[in-house]
Design a protein around this ligand. Sequence first.
Ligand SMILES: NC(=O)c1ccc[n+]([C@@H]2O[C@H](COP(=O)([O-])OP(=O)(O)OC[C@H]3O[C@@H](n4cnc5c(N)ncnc54)[C@H](O)[C@@H]3O)[C@@H](O)[C@H]2O)c1
Length: 287
Amino acid sequence: MEIRTVGVCGAGAMGTGIAHTAAMAGFRVILRDIELPRVEKALATMDGLMQRAISKGKLTDEERLATLGRISPTTDLEAFAEADFVIEAIFEDLRLKKDLFVALDRICRTEVVLASNTSSMSITEIAAATGRPEQVVGMHFFNPAQVMRLVEVIHGYQSSDAAVQTAMDLASRMGKTAVRVRKDTPGFVVNRILMPMMVEAIKVVEEGIATPEEVDTAITLGLNHPMGPFTLLDFTGVDICYNVVEYFHSEFRQPQYAPPLLMKQMVRAGRLGRKAGKGFLGEYPKA
Ligand SMILES: NC(=O)c1ccc[n+]([C@@H]2O[C@H](COP(=O)([O-])OP(=O)(O)OC[C@H]3O[C@@H](n4cnc5c(N)ncnc54)[C@H](O)[C@@H]3O)[C@@H](O)[C@H]2O)c1
């Protein structure tokens, strides 16, 4: 089956980026959220980005209009009956995701592959809620999805090779490089490697070896990373990273995943980075 129509469920940060990327690549897109204003906001975000690209001479107005014209906004889940492939990007809540996949399993044609963009949940468990676990895969985009070139495509325990290949091919048609993740394990590849680095960076600060700013300078210049671990921690949210590290620790039961005391204290103190105010960088309590 040739994929022409991609269903995207959830029009938040990730759903917006994924739907936009698919529409730019020429797919018809069905974009669904629980409330219409959320989908309208997603379309306005895409429009704003494309207006900016036009002003820089990177896009024409015809392309902008054609891209928006390929997206059908909806709150109706039944609209996915027309989708050839569905990508779920709703809240990171296992109960919600399972309920949604049960509904998608009922609505979508049997040959349709259902993908989850989850960052941390088990693809195997989501798939097991459906009657088509071999047709369920992980498809992990990075934020912002329009810009970031990687998609991790994850084999659930029961995913078929054909379903994984379908997702890899779709990612490639969307202009992304797909990396196959052969086992459904916490953090997949990127976050599995990133999180211990963040933990180690916090330990370096905790032990008084360097300040967060000094660690960031060392990593950006020494490893050529575009941003240091503390910039990334503050950008993502210290609490979100803390939850992921706690999750890894509970799953792997290995000491290298134990969140450092300093990380816990930052969360308890409400120093979460992001929009929530101060994080590790800036006026960090040094002693
Ligand atoms: N934000 C990131 O950096 C990032 C990166 C990779 C993956 N992810 C994953 O992507 C998913 C979405 O994350 P996000 O940051 O876009 O979240 P978000 O909170 O920005 O958006 C989630 C959207 O899903 C909608 N929603 C909730 N239940 C729904 C349902 N049943 N049907 C349709 N829409 C529903 C909400 O109204 C909201 O608009 C999560 O699983 C997250 O772990 C996030």
